[in-house]
Design a protein. Structure first.
Length: 353
């Protein structure tokens, strides 16, 4: 069983992500990979992964039957059962994939206007909001994710504790569709959430310093998955760094994994998939894990879809859940966004130093 030593914990604390080598056995990797290869329809343009694979026992078993479950219990603490996952396959020779969309998980990402003229310059929302957000924009609709987490619309971002990714094939060479991270900026993200909370308004997009829709230098709108201060850090790193042919994004650190290796990343660590320039599909399985919250009557219920959902205070399909009168899920989540290490039992010696 891989041990997470003091040096690795310190690196995790500084970087916001941690690579665990040989976390999953070759047998478990082979079973999951064979299942995916058999199931995906192929054509020249893309690979489609059937949704039912996300809950298949051979896929969730990459976490539940490997060393990762115990590693996360020791590093983070208790958590509800993992019942689902994200199966992430990036086609080969995908140089047309465009620029990575670096983001923090938990936000809405859907169709937006193509022209800046359709965006209200004050609110940074579409002028015809119902067209893009739906008539009732607190519900999950045809666009993915939720615009608002709580009924009062003061929290616009979902959250969990850790993103755990397992590689099913070799990803040691940059440019093979690796997960890219904005290394070390988890601290800055936490500070952005703190500033929003302290301002007394919305926490997340549409709160201070975080427009819901951004306008690029080319005048085109884009779905904004980062606070303005974090985007500035990324832009400065891109300007200062040296791009290479297979890694033209110097602001991002590629997570280089072999089959059976895993990455553990804080929810607040900005990340993105990257285009796959290599000859083989990039195959990763991701699990979104939130530490058990005592007093939450919905812990472990299937409607939360623990393991895949990035908004577990709501049902996976956007339904509002019932909570005890003495449990406020929204304020607790805001507090955790503003103190991300508070959910990591095995990191407390570092956070206190």
């Amino acid at each position: 069983m891989p041990e997470i030593g003091d040096d690795e914990r310190k690196q995790f604390f500084e970087d916001g992500f941690l690579i665990v080598r040989n976390a999953v056995s070759s047998e478990l990797v082979a079973r999951a990979r064979a299942l995916i290869e058999e199931a995906i329809p192929r054509d020249e343009q893309h690979l489609l992964v059937p949704g039912n694979l996300a809950t298949h026992d051979d896929v969730t078993g990459l976490f539940n039957r490997s060393t990762l479950a115990d590693t996360m219990k020791r590093l983070m603490g208790p958590f509800p059962p993992i019942i689902s996952s994200q199966v992430a396959v990036t086609p080969p020779f995908n140089r047309s994939g465009g620029k990575p969309g670096t983001h923090v998980d938990g936000g809405w990402s859907g169709v937006i206007p193509e022209s800046a003229e359709e965006i209200d310059t004050t609110t940074r929302r579409p002028k015809d909001a119902a067209k893009y957000f739906g008539e009732n924009d607190e519900k999950r609709g045809t666009n993915d994710g939720l615009l608002w987490i709580n009924p009062e619309r003061t929290l616009s971002y979902g959250s969990y504790t850790a993103l755990v990714g397992v590689a099913l094939n070799d990803q040691h060479d940059p440019g093979n569709g690796q997960l890219g991270v904005l290394k070390g900026t988890h601290k800055d993200v936490e500070n952005c959430f703190k500033a929003q909370r302290d301002a007394g308004g919305i926490v997340g997009p549409e709160g201070p310093g975080w427009p819901r829709i951004g306008i690029g230098k080319n005048g085109k709108p884009y779905t904004n998955g980062l606070p303005d201060d974090i985007r500035k850090i990324a832009e400065q790193r891109a300007e200062d760094g040296e791009p290479t042919e297979n890694w033209p994004w110097p602001e991002l650190t590629p997570v280089l994994l072999g089959a059976g290796d895993a990455v553990i990343a804080l929810h607040s660590c900005p990340h993105t998939p990257t285009p796959n320039f290599g000859p083989n599909p990039r195959m990763n399985i991701y699990f979104r894990i939130r530490r058990l919250r005592e007093g939450n009557s919905n812990e472990g219920t299937r409607r939360v879809a623990h393991g895949v959902s990035d908004h577990p205070d709501r049902g996976y399909f956007g339904q509002f859940l019932e909570y005890p009168d003495d449990y406020d899920p929204w304020s607790i989540s805001i507090d955790k966004l503003c103190d991300h290490w508070s959910e990591w039992d095995g990191m407390q010696s570092l956070t206190r130093s």
